[in-house]
Write a protein that binds this ligand. Structure first.
Ligand code: MG
Ligand code: MG
Length: 255
């Protein structure tokens, strides 16, 4: 069932999503060659709790950390580790879900570590652009497939591939709600978008083939099968009366 949200509820989800945005920026300020992903997780968790939030990834189906931190060929769901040191030229996706006063925001950003290659810059740029192209389709009367097709066609046109196993989702009252929001699909298909829906759109895009594998050791880490880089950007978006309202924000990172 898709839970519609009132205007008041959407404002409370926005508060939560903005805390996510500020957390990503705070983590981003500490990203540099030589830091461990466990240190970044510690910074993020502290920041969330200092601001009255609860990091929802921690303990979710046994996930051990406050943030998902995914480096290079890890697409998503990387577990922060005190033996994983960032190196110049890496990319690192940070995915954060917060509960603030009972309302849930979800956003992710892929950061460069120091100077990155032109190929990696293009992967990050195209993935982020595809997110905004998906968001443009978040209008009442459109369908989920319109978002999916916009993301997929743009990424594939640019020579990249779209992960099939994972997708975006409804959000706001819980971390994962209906409907699913795939990053691939056909225009004009899927659930109808209605005013009051809140969804997380999150392209997970690969430089090489779309195939991924999940770690047998930890059950979480999702890597590209071919070992090539991946990127991941995510916003929490409401379907408003006048089109999309992006509730999370990258402004704290990019200002
Ligand atoms: Mg997320
Ligand atoms: Mg999400």
């Amino acid at each position: 069932m898709i839970c519609l949200k009132t205007k008041e509820e959407i404002e409370l989800i926005r508060e939560s999503a903005l805390l996510v945005g500020k957390t990503l920026a705070e983590v981003g300020r500490h990203i540099c060659p030589g830091v461990t992903t466990a240190y970044l997780d510690h910074i993020g968790e502290q920041f969330i709790r200092d601001n009255g939030g609860i990091p929802l990834c921690k303990g979710f189906e046994g996930f051990p950390s406050a943030l998902c931190i995914s480096v290079n060929d890890v697409v998503v769901h990387g577990i922060p580790s005190d033996s994983l040191f960032l190196r110049e030229g890496d990319n690192v996706s940070v995915d954060c879900v917060v509960d603030l006063d009972g309302y849930v925001g979800d956003s992710a950003y892929t950061f460069p570590v120091g100077e990155i290659s032109d190929d990696m810059k293009r992967l990050l740029t195209v993935t982020k652009e595809s997110l905004y192209l998906g968001i443009e389709k978040c209008k009442a009367g459109n369908r989920i497939g319109d978002i999916s097709a916009a993301v997929q066609s743009y990424c594939e046109k640019n020579g990249f591939s779209v992960v099939r196993e994972l997708c975006g989702h409804g959000v706001g009252f819980k971390m994962h709600e209906s409907p699913n929001v795939p990053n691939f699909g056909v225009k004009g298909t899927g659930p109808l978008l209605k005013e009051g829906m809140v969804i997380a759109i999150e392209p997970m895009i690969c430089a090489g083939s779309k195939n991924v594998k999940f770690s047998k050791e930890d059950g979480w880490t999702c890597r590209t099968k071919d070992g090539k880089n991946a990127a991941h950007f995510e916003h929490t978006v409401a379907i408003g009366a006048n089109g999309p309202e992006i509730l999370s924000s990258f402004d704290f990172i990019e200002q």
